[in-house]
Design a protein around this ligand. Structure first.
Ligand code: 6GU
Length: 226
């Protein structure tokens, strides 16, 4: 898979895409990241990528020309995703769908947005990572990349597993414990040390249901609608 990222801050991605699972997946040849600096697609002395909005109002809007030129230079950008708080919420299902693409291109705008004509001409979908304000789309693009790349076959090691992740089956994960069995006066639930795998599975299901009910009842409501 190839992931292109159009941004005015390519350096923002250096460490996150070199470390951990996204970095290992690149080293293993499962994914290629291409960072495109939008300023390389400007043609004025100040390398301008934004301007004030038509119609007044505060904040700056990203100019269309650098995006158009950068997207044309890619020749085929594949599935184009714009990261914007106006987008549809990123869900696990979104990551699963994007992980099936050969090539995706992520557009990082600043909070006030990208000129709408870029979206009309190039963008297949707009995605938000939640109902809060980020200064730009870059952290959101990193979140999306991580969620997608860990789903590529071979990206996770033996000690990692996607099938036990929260949201894999529409519920939050149960609590987890490791050694030592007692730490600063707190133990580990006996059942987890009992060797009774059926009992352990029942305990995990119950604790997953309790956590989901208490924290994310919306996830259970969605289940009821199926
Ligand atoms: Cl994708 N971009 C920005 N600027 N803010 C956000 C967001 C994206 N998702 C949530 N807040």
């Amino acid at each position: 898979m190839r992931i292109n990222v159009l941004t005015i801050f390519p350096g923002y991605f250096d460490d996150p895409l070199s470390l951990s699972i996204p970095g290992r997946a690149r080293e293993a040849g499962l994914v290629e990241y291409r960072l495109v600096d939008l300023r390389d697609h400007t043609h004025d002395r100040h390398r301008t990528t934004d301007d004030g909005p038509f119609g007044g109002k505060a904040g700056m809007v990203m100019k269309p020309e650098p995006f158009f030129e950068a997207l044309r230079v890619l020749s085929d950008p594949g599935h184009v995703v714009s990261l914007t708080p106006r987008g549809r919420p990123l869900e696990h299902a979104t990551a699963v769908r994007l992980a099936l693409e050969d090539e995706i291109t992520l557009l990082c705008g600043r909070y006030k947005g990208i000129d709408e004509r870029v979206t009309e001409e190039w963008v297949d979908e707009e995605v938000s990572i939640g109902d809060y304000v980020l200064s730009g789309g870059e952290p959101a693009a990193l979140v999306l990349i991580d969620a997608v790349v860990r789903l590529l076959p071979g990206a996770l090691g033996d000690h990692e597993s996607a099938s036990s992740d929260s949201f894999y089956d529409g519920r939050l994960a149960p609590p987890a414990y490791t050694r030592p069995a007692e730490h600063e006066g707190r133990g580990v639930p006996d059942v987890l040390r009992s060797g009774d795998h059926a009992a352990i599975e029942r305990w995990r299901q119950r604790r997953a249901d309790e956590a989901t009910h208490a924290r994310r009842p919306d996830l259970l409501d969605l289940d009821a609608a199926d």
